[in-house]
Design a protein around this ligand. Structure first.
Ligand SMILES: Cc1cc2nc3c(=O)[nH]c(=O)nc-3n(C[C@H](O)[C@H](O)[C@H](O)COP(=O)(O)OP(=O)(O)OC[C@H]3O[C@@H](n4cnc5c(N)ncnc54)[C@H](O)[C@@H]3O)c2cc1C
Length: 298
């Protein structure tokens, strides 16, 4: 985000700090009352000069701000102009975590404990004007950039984990012999794994093709050209891994449900991906937007 949207000064300062581990950023978009509808966010930024320095006063809240237990900064998205629902008028403000009024609160217990996902309150947080990242009016372009990269990474990760579950289930079905013959000879065992294996093979092609295009395109172009295909990869791969982990548990019987096998953990870990990087329905909405012409490329 800094490389593609930052000023020269920001790049000089932040990129080395990030690479050396001195700077770690969390991503503050979601709020208590607004997730999928981020453009309706409650957090507000208003211009305020302090000691002769132009800056921003931010008030509001964030939620699910992953990694706040060891961040140095939070990329806080806040509305400074426009009305609810407008993409324009939301900026990305880089807030140092030790700024007075920036308060990390309750960490939310989740399906996949331990958690690193807290609520954050912003009470009269002031930052200087040079801490705005990207176009003040179109901070959401940074959010799009962030989710595209995460969505394709998640898709690849989910696909790999899905294939692992399929392979382990096949191996076990050939070894385990209830009623004196390998489980693998039963079509009730074979066919669900065939379906999963086929889906994995098809997804692999789409993920490779999409990733290759992403790697050979300037990053801001990715948002214009590939947004819908990235969503296809993401939601289908995340669904696939949940189905494959569930099937692997079933094929393994009791031991598959136990923590002696990794399937329940794979399920818990990847289940969140169906919600967190823009929930499944929101990504399908994007694909539909392109398919039905409600959204155009670019
Ligand atoms: C473990 C975890 C980590 C996260 N980390 C971060 C983070 O670091 N930073 C951050 O900013 N956020 C983070 N999030 C928040 C995440 O991005 C949101 O949970 C997600 O965008 C969904 O928002 P919501 O939870 O408010 O659900 P809502 O927006 O309230 O939606 C609820 C459900 O309704 C569906 N829905 C909503 N609108 C429609 C529609 N028009 N049509 C059909 N279905 C619809 C959604 O898909 C969802 O399934 C994290 C969440 C989790 C669980």
């Amino acid at each position: 985000m800094v490389r593609d949207f930052g000023t020269e000064e920001q790049k000089q300062e932040y990129i080395p700090a990030m690479l050396e581990g001195r700077m770690r950023c969390t991503f503050g978009l979601t709020e208590e009352h607004h997730g999928s509808d981020a453009t309706w966010m409650d957090t507000r930024a208003v211009p305020e000069k302090r000691d002769g320095v132009d800056g921003w006063l931010i008030n509001g809240n964030k939620m699910w701000t992953t990694g706040a237990h060891h961040h140095s900064h939070c990329m806080v998205f806040a509305r400074h102009s426009g009305k609810d629902g407008d993409a324009k008028g939301i900026g990305c403000f880089l807030v140092p975590a030790d700024t007075p009024g920036f308060e990390v609160g309750e960490y939310l217990w989740t399906f996949n404990m331990p958690t690193d996902h807290p609520k954050v309150a912003l009470k009269n947080v002031w930052i200087p004007g040079h801490m705005v990242l990207g176009d003040l009016d179109y901070g959401l372009a940074l959010a799009q950039h962030f989710v595209h990269e995460n969505r394709i990474r998640q898709a690849a990760s989910s696909l790999g984990a899905a294939q692992y579950c399929i392979n382990e289930a096949v191996k076990y079905a050939r070894e385990r012999k209830p009623f004196g013959k390998p489980l693998a000879v039963n079509q009730a065992i074979q066919f669900p794994l065939v379906e999963l294996h086929t889906e994995a093979a098809m997804l692999r092609q789409l993920i490779y093709a999409t990733s290759a295009k992403m790697d050979t395109m300037p990053k801001p172009e990715v948002a214009k050209q590939l947004s819908d295909v990235i969503s296809m990869c993401n939601y289908r791969a995340n669904r696939l891994v949940c189905d494959a982990a569930d099937r692997a548990m079933q094929v393994h019987g009791g031991i598959g449900y136990s923590r002696h096998k990794p399937f329940e953990h794979i399920y818990r870990h990847h289940r969140r991906y169906r919600i967190t990087e823009g929930a499944e329905e929101i990504q399908m909405r994007k694909v539909a937007g392109h398919l039905f012409g409600f959204m155009s490329k670019g």
